[in-house]
Design a protein around this ligand. Structure first.
Ligand code: ARG
Length: 305
């Protein structure tokens, strides 16, 4: 079904659960979805990091690194797994397939045909686990948590455009949760997803790489986060995917950074766990993109207080 706005409402408009629908999901622990790197590879180039890395992966090492992230995450959260699909080499970056909040999953419409094969299996998994699907129109590309991140208190959604996700799609996201969406414009192709350069953290902090945004977006960010809450990373840190982190309470899981960023975060009360994720940097992602949050964002902040 298409509404007058062009929005596809198949699932949400028919939300009266049928007798066969699984119950809506309930979480009392931060819960994430992961997808093992069985079929992970750099098979094509759709971001600058993949160039030069075509078929240059060490799959065993990738598996060991992914397993370590999975192990560390399991110490502080519940982790569910979705089976990897052959022919979907980027599905390991499951964070881009949707954005979930309050049991509603806004599912992605990938910009590149290479990643569209991931949409159906993830849609099915979410539906089978009781999530309501909020479809985003194919014409307006949307790449899940890659480009849409809730503030730590869940009161607003930061959404990016300029590389993958379309600006026009932001209003569809606003309708999914009836929440304000702040649009941010990405201007550096190396930071092609919001989650490569922007990370709302617990305690009202924000870690970000200012040069990835245009001037108006930087002003919007600065208006929302006072200076003492902003953790600006430098180019060396940003290109080591320093902003692509998983934050639960005080814990921050991230790829190794060579600078003193970990100490800076430590001084603000964060407990930083560095995990070597080098094989995933070859595909253009790091810790954050390897997980999809299923529980409400506030649950992560509540752990902190
Ligand atoms: N190869 C994937 C893509 O280009 C990598 C995604 C990782 N993304 C990220 N936000 N770090 O879509």
């Amino acid at each position: 079904m298409k509404s007058s706005t062009g929005l596809q409402l198949d699932t949400v408009s028919s939300t009266t659960p049928s007798r066969n629908s699984p119950p809506p999901p309930q979480f009392d622990t931060p819960t994430f979805l992961m997808c093992a790197p069985q079929w992970y590879d750099v098979d094509y180039v759709i971001n600058p990091w993949m160039a030069g890395n075509l078929h240059r992966l060490n799959r065993d090492l990738a598996f060991a690194q992914w397993r370590e992230l999975h192990r560390q995450l399991q110490l502080i959260a519940d982790v569910r797994l979705i089976p990897a699909v052959q022919g979907s080499p980027d599905m390991v970056f499951v964070g881009h397939t949707a954005v979930v909040q309050h049991g509603v999953a806004a599912v992605s419409s990938f910009a590149h045909p290479e990643r569209r094969v991931e949409e159906q299996p993830v849609r099915r998994w979410l539906k089978d686990h009781g999530f309501l699907l909020w479809e985003t129109p194919r014409e307006t590309a949307f790449e899940g948590e890659g480009d849409a991140l809730f503030d730590a208190n869940g009161k607003l959604l930061w959404a990016a455009h300029g590389v993958r996700t379309c600006l026009q799609c932001h209003r569809h996201l606003a309708q999914a949760w009836h929440l304000p969406v702040v649009s941010l414009h990405l201007v550096d192709p190396r930071f092609y997803h919001l989650d490569t350069c922007f990370a709302p953290l617990s305690g009202g902090h924000l870690m970000y790489f200012p040069d990835a945004f245009d001037a108006a977006s930087r002003v919007a960010i600065e208006n929302a986060y006072p200076e003492e809450k902003r953790i600006a990373v430098n180019e060396e840190e940003a290109t080591a995917f320093a902003c692509n982190v998983i934050n639960i309470g005080e814990t921050v899981l991230m790829h190794k950074v060579s600078s003193d960023l970990s100490r800076r975060l430590g001084r603000l009360g964060f407990d930083v766990v560095q995990i070597d994720l080098s094989e995933f940097l070859k595909g253009g992602g790091s810790a954050k993109s390897l997980v999809l949050r299923l529980s409400d964002i506030q649950l992560q902040a509540e752990i902190a207080s």
